[in-house]
Design a protein around this ligand. Structure first.
Ligand SMILES: *Cc1c(COP(=O)(O)O)cnc(C)c1O
Length: 395
């Protein structure tokens, strides 16, 4: 049997390669940080989600080791059988405290949090109204639920209002959006979304994966940025980006919602508990972020510094309030050649083009970190200018 399938798979793989969509993996031979080693070459990393530069922070590494000594390596159980330690509850409380919510439930990943949030809460009587640029895990989560689906163009409030009007016949409605959209770096207009939700009697859910730790005066996410505390019903998020970058996800929000998820959410009920080392380091993250806002302040300064220098140099950058800067090139081939030349200059950035971004909107996405030094940012800007001149992007 496999012979036939093997031919089919090989053909599909060749088609992916011919379309130029085959994803290669670059091997990093160092820790995840601003300076990484790739094939023995030291390059500056501008494409990690390591916004707060915590991925190899000594305090997190120590906290992970300490917790492994205290609570062991693995849980070998799901939460409700014998996989809940005191530290899992402590981390859930720390996350609730950070987002000013009532309760939190941990998952192995935010992909699971989003995969397990809709089906327990909504039925065919209900409506899910989703932004067109929402993350794949939200799309998959919605697919697992029988609720009626509505979709509005990215951050388009007229279209959202239209969907809400159409969805009035349903029992419950929920508006679902990413906090920060990963390709443009734009922030969803949560204040306006909450206004519409109140007008049309809907719940609001925000995926804070790219926004938590980044947006808001002290980085606490969209509700800090827009003053929407108490108006967002559900937040999902990851421990795999700003908060140390290991792995793990969560849903946080209204207590009855979280309570029912513990009873019914399939990725929580049927998948392993988060390992003690990850819990230990995550507890340290939230402790550090409470002690001082220094790391977040550095991130904000770095983003400002980088953006101002790039704009002054004449680059076309999408407006952003996050740590994502989309340097627009518009041409798919150019984005790939540009990124390759940047790599030769010791700068690791990624070029994106259709179908990851709309046709004719190819770009290089730069992700700034609190772990970058001013000289790292200067080196990146200078490489952009040098390559930009070579390729005729800059005069
Ligand atoms: C990264 C990301 C996820 C997935 O998070 P994991 O914890 O890595 O599974 C989910 N939603 C959004 C918006 C993301 O950016």
């Amino acid at each position: 049997m496999y012979g036939k399938m093997k031919d089919y798979l090989s053909k599909t793989i060749s088609e992916i390669k011919e379309a130029g969509l085959y994803k290669e993996e670059r091997l990093i031979e160092s820790q995840q940080q601003a300076h990484i080693s790739v094939k023995g070459k030291d390059v500056l990393n501008f494409c990690a989600n390591n916004y707060l530069g915590l991925s190899n922070h000594p305090r997190l590494i120590q906290a992970a080791k300490d917790m492994m000594d205290r609570r062991g390596y693995g849980m070998s159980s799901v939460r409700f059988i014998c996989g809940t330690q005191d530290i899992h509850k402590q981390l859930e409380a720390a996350i609730s405290d950070y987002f000013k919510t009532e309760d939190t439930i941990l998952y192995a990943a935010c992909f699971d949090a989003n995969g397990g949030v809709f089906e327990p809460l909504f039925t065919e009587e209900d409506a899910i109204i989703s932004d067109s640029l929402n993350h794949a895990s939200i799309i998959d989560g919605v697919r697992l639920c029988k609720a009626k689906r509505y979709r509005y163009a990215n951050a388009n409030m007229e279209e959202l209002e239209k969907c809400l009007k159409e969805a009035q016949a349903q029992r419950f409605r929920i508006i679902v959006t990413d906090g920060v959209f990963s390709m443009d770096g734009n922030v969803a207009p949560i204040d306006k979304i909450c206004d519409l939700a109140e007008k049309y009697d809907a719940l609001v859910m925000v995926d804070e994966s790219h926004s938590a730790g980044v947006v808001g005066k002290t980085g606490h996410g969209v509700s800090e940025l827009y003053g929407t505390y108490g108006r967002v019903d559900i937040y999902t998020g990851t421990l795999g980006k700003s908060f140390g970058g290991a792995m793990g996800g969560f849903t946080t929000g209204r207590k009855e919602i979280i309570e029912l998820l513990r009873q019914r959410s399939r990725p929580y009920l049927f998948s392993n508990s988060v390992a003690p080392a990850v819990i230990g380091a995550s507890l340290e993250v939230f402790k550090m972020l409470k002690e001082s806002n220094e790391i977040h302040d550095t991130l904000v300064e770095n983003v400002e510094y980088f953006r101002n220098k790039m704009l002054a140099a004449g680059f076309d950058i999408k407006p952003t309030q996050s740590a994502i800067c989309a340097v627009m090139l518009y041409d798919a081939k150019l984005s790939q050649v540009y990124a390759a030349k940047m790599f030769d200059e010791g700068i690791y950035v990624t070029g994106f083009y259709y179908p990851v971004v709309p046709k004719g909107e190819a770009r290089i996405r730069v992700q700034i970190s609190a772990g970058h030094k001013k000289e790292d940012l200067d080196k990146c800007v200078n490489a952009f200018i040098k390559v930009g001149k070579e390729l005729g992007v800059l005069k």
